[in-house]
Design a protein around this ligand. Structure first.
Ligand SMILES: *Cc1c(COP(=O)(O)O)cnc(C)c1O
Length: 429
């Protein structure tokens, strides 16, 4: 095990300053009974903590760092912009550059607006959908996390599930009652609910590849059903690709499934590790936004030049090298290797990967929805994660999260991870 005395002391101090000692709940590592590690620096696939320990990072800041930590091209872009100015509160050319790069990869987006987080992106999509349709109800899917938006904090996976909070106090019942949550990948259940609420249905929002109840891709026919019925009913189909955008493919999950949503929420990768979100879609809908339309949405630091510079550098590079096949091969190499180790030790284990995103569960069958995930083994998962962290392998601290591969994880690194995992498993969890 690693010595993390400094992290522990820093956490004690932080707990007096911030609720739970953190600025975002999953960071507290509460669910696996650990103490969070305080990091100081990163390079490529590696991160370094305050005690000087080295870890191979499979979280990548929860997705954004698809080209690893402190990539020279991104550092260079940020440095250049830093010297030119960090914020002007006025339009800049660089915002249009990023918008152009995103549009090039996601043809469903005619127009886009930048915001500062994924939460802001989904929140704005919901307001826009309601304003555009003149309706109020939203259908979401249990275990999908769309940020901590009041209307969407209903049966949301990830951090909310990790702490077993079904909904959050502070979300008014009459607002939450406008959001109906259906099981993921369940057509029959969805159609029943849809029939009941369709008259007042503003939008259907989904993670087309779910990354916040572990990693569970949607069935293609399920997404096609959502596309068809929302079109017929003139409800807005929103793909929340905050995590999957530029992560599973250049064009996100919508490219892989070949389905065009009306609106898309983005975040994470497009900011290259700086705080950015964006939402975009059909011009006829987007043009309803202020200042052209009546639906209000704004942000003092939206389209922040530093964040846009980072995003532009990363997206330009991703378009140039299109790393998604290679990323998926690396993920397969890691997970196939893990599956072999588990099999040899009679441990039930299932896994899946898409581009630079992956997931695994200690279970006989592959989960298809949130309830399936809940029933997978917690004990083995948590013991495994703790053991991995002790060996310098930094996986997300909960079975409700995904794993992230970067271009900087090479075969040698992945082989060393498999060697360590083999030892962990053979020694017993
Ligand atoms: C991370 C995430 C969000 C929220 O983004 P923040 O930047 O944390 O507000 C929304 N939707 C999905 C699918 C996410 O993974």
């Amino acid at each position: 095990m690693k010595k993390i005395d400094k992290s522990k002391a820093l956490f004690e101090e932080a707990k007096n300053l911030m609720p739970g000692g953190v600025n975002s709940p999953v960071r507290a590592f509460k669910n696996i009974g650990g103490s969070p590690i305080f990091f100081k620096s990163g390079k490529g696939a590696y991160i370094y903590d305050e005690d000087g320990n080295e870890y191979i990072d499979f979280i990548g800041s929860w997705g954004p760092l698809i080209m690893g930590h402190t990539h020279p091209k991104i550092v260079h872009a940020i440095k250049n912009q830093l010297e030119a100015g960090t914020s002007f509160g006025s339009p800049t050319k660089i915002e249009s550059n990023v918008a152009t790069l995103i549009k090039k990869c996601l043809p469903s987006i005619d127009k886009i607006r930048m915001v500062n987080s994924g939460t802001e992106a989904t929140m704005s999509c919901i307001r826009l959908a309601r304003g555009h349709t003149g309706r109020n109800k939203i259908i979401k899917f249990t275990g999908c996390y769309h940020g901590h938006v009041d209307s969407l904090l209903v049966k949301a996976g990830s951090g909310v599930s990790t702490f077993g909070l079904p909904d959050s106090p502070g979300v008014p019942d009459n607002l939450a009652s406008l959001t109906i949550s259906c099981p993921y990948n369940d057509k029959e259940y969805f159609l029943k609910v849809f029939d009941e609420v369709k008259k007042d249905l503003a939008a259907i929002i989904i993670e087309p590849v779910a990354g916040n109840m572990g990693f569970i891709p949607a069935d293609k026919s399920f997404l096609e059903l959502l596309r068809n019925v929302s079109e017929q009913n003139k409800s807005i189909l929103i793909f929340d690709e905050v995590m999957s955008g530029f992560r599973v493919a250049l064009g996100g999950a919508q490219e892989l499934y070949n389905i065009k949503p009306d609106l898309t929420a983005l975040g994470k990768v497009i900011g290259a590790g700086l705080p950015v979100g964006a939402f975009g879609g059909k011009a006829s809908i987007m043009d309803q936004l202020a200042p052209d339309g009546p639906i209000y949405q704004a942000g003092t630091l939206s389209g922040n030049p530093l964040a846009m510079a980072a995003g532009e550098a990363l997206l330009t590079e991703l378009i140039k090298i299109n790393p998604y096949k290679t990323l998926e091969m690396k993920s397969s190499y890691l997970l196939d290797g893990m599956a072999d180790i588990m099999k040899a030790n009679n441990i039930n284990f299932v896994k899946n990967q898409m581009g630079g995103m992956f997931g695994f569960f200690f279970s006989k069958n592959m989960p298809r929805n949130f309830d399936d995930v809940v029933s997978t083994n917690d004990n083995i998962f948590n013991n495994f994660l703790n053991a991995c962290i002790g060996q310098g392998i930094y996986f997300a601290p909960s079975k409700y999260e995904s794993g992230f591969m970067s271009t900087e994880h090479d075969e040698e690194i992945l082989k060393s991870v498999l060697d360590k995992i083999k030892k962990i498993i053979e020694e017993g969890l």
